[in-house]
Design a binder for this molecule. Structure first.
Ligand SMILES: *[C@@H]1O[C@H](CO)[C@@H](O)[C@H](O)[C@H]1NC(C)=O
Length: 313
């Protein structure tokens, strides 16, 4: 309950500031998402406590993976969405800031839109997103998705945070009809990844997505996407939430945004541990830290920060 209230107040904070339907405001929204959202969500995490079920599951998983031939510290995995085996990706607004990354570090990139200007590093797959239902997105979607597929995109993303009223803001039924009209025609041409939900309590998160799946008659859903934010010291919560999510939906899961609040050193420790966890968890097909921007993964000239070094190692 506390968690829901926190997210509602996040929505109220964001509601007056910008029209979420315009990509030009997205960076602003996302920055606010981090600035305000994490602080709100952090309050909620105090109510969370680990469950014994989780501990048993993790022990079993760890035993199974340590007996497989691949070392658990490997950065490539057979459960990756990509033939490189690398699950790691980039979320960006400015493609020029991605140019120090290579395809041996990241397999994919997205920018919450269906096209981008500039260029991505060679061999890094661009994945277009149908962000929401407004005509600014739908009118360009078919041509942009087609062009991206021609250019090597193997996946298409559904709407961004439909469960938040400051983001795509769609009911499960609205998202289902959007999907049937704009996503489903691409079934078989690319793999279709469900709308990316947040780690909010019902009716957000898993609850929203479960209703979407029921509403989306005849829909081809090849994978599921989720976002998660909390405190860097609450890593057990992230692991449990993501593990639960993979078990609920039983198809490849894309963690297309994750971030954390805390001191620089807590965030470094968090990211290093999360990368190992996400690489090793078979239900996870891909992940992207939020985000490639100056002062986060990169400096203003695109050079790596120590956080990027942690991310790619
Ligand atoms: C994970 O699932 C279990 C079992 O349904 C539940 O008790 C627990 O609260 C969930 N954990 C998180 C972090 O959502």
């Amino acid at each position: 309950m506390k968690f829901t209230a926190a997210l509602v107040s996040l929505s109220l904070l964001l509601a007056g500031s910008a029209d979420a339907a315009h990509i030009s405001n997205l960076k602003l929204l996302k920055n606010q998402h981090v600035r305000y959202g994490l602080n709100h969500r952090r309050g909620a995490s105090a109510t969370w406590a680990p469950t014994s079920t989780y501990t048993e599951t993790q022990t079993a998983t760890a035993t199974a993976s340590s007996s497989s031939s691949a070392p658990s510290s490997t950065s490539s995995s057979s459960s990756s969405a990509f033939s490189s085996g690398i699950k790691r990706g980039l979320s960006f607004n400015d493609a020029s800031l991605t140019d120090q990354f290579t395809s041996s570090e990241v397999s994919w990139a997205y920018n919450w839109a269906s096209s981008y200007s500039g260029s991505l590093p060679s061999g890094v797959q661009y994945i277009p997103m149908l962000w929401g239902s407004s005509s600014s997105f739908t009118s360009v979607w078919n041509a942009n998705a087609e062009a991206a597929i021609q250019n090597g995109a193997e996946y298409l993303f559904g709407p961004n945070e439909p469960d938040l009223d400051t983001q795509a803001n769609l009911s499960p039924a609205e998202a289902a009809s959007l999907w049937q009209e704009y996503m489903e025609p691409f079934a078989g041409k690319a793999k279709l990844i469900a709308p990316a939900v947040t780690n909010g309590a019902a009716p957000m998160g898993e609850a929203w997505l479960t209703d979407f799946v029921s509403a989306c008659t005849g829909c081809t859903i090849d994978g599921y996407a989720m976002h998660i934010y909390d405190s860097a010291t609450n890593i057990a919560y992230y692991k449990e939430y993501i593990s639960n999510f993979t078990q609920t939906f039983q198809k490849p899961v894309w963690v297309t945004e994750f971030g954390a609040t805390g001191s620089d050193s807590d965030v470094q420790t968090f990211l290093g541990e999360m990368v190992t966890f996400l690489n090793d968890l078979d239900g996870v097909a891909a992940y992207a830290w939020f985000m490639v921007e100056s002062g986060n993964l990169v400096n203003s000239d695109g050079s790596f920060t120590t956080l990027a070094d942690t991310y790619i190692n």
